[in-house]
Design a protein around this ligand. Sequence first.
Ligand code: SF4
Ligand code: SF4
Length: 181
Amino acid sequence: MTGGKKTKIIKEIIVNVDKCTGCRSCEMACSAFHSVPKYSSLNPARARIRVFMDETKDLYVPIRAGDYTQAECNGRNRYTIAGKEYSQCTFCPASCPSRDYFKEPDSGLPLKCDMCESVPPLEEPMCVQACKFDALTYMEREEVIPEEEIQRGEMEAGIASLIHKYGAKSVRDAVARATKR
Ligand code: SF4
Ligand code: SF4
């Protein structure tokens, strides 16, 4: 740490859509890793990665689950790829009320990619290990950022996790009670 700044490791998965064959091994590996107990089942509906497939255009796009959003967005882009139009929802990583993507099939709870959190840590995320076509490449890079930004990120991640567990209203009520003390 130097002068109020910290070095943060940024983890990335680089997706090369041109190399993706739509084999869906990434979905299988992710769902197996996240099943309870680990590797006890294979269910792509539980995967935190989904491969959008349009065989007519030979288009396969792996998409990792991002943050949960409570409301569907009201402004959307449209994408034209190889002469065919797709809505923004097609490639969106959010778990959202308007579609079934990235929801745990039994509970309906949102799923989010955790880059395969594990103790001890994985050398590479499971989906990257499973991809035999080099469509997914794992990379780590260092980024120097202000310490407050890291703290804010940690705080927001903590609040998001509380909201996920107890609901937004309970968290709001708890904050209101705590600030009165
Ligand atoms: S990085 Fe891990 S959690 Fe994220 S999509 Fe890939 S296998 Fe699933
Ligand atoms: S494992 Fe690789 S090639 Fe197969 S669907 Fe996933 S990203 Fe595409």
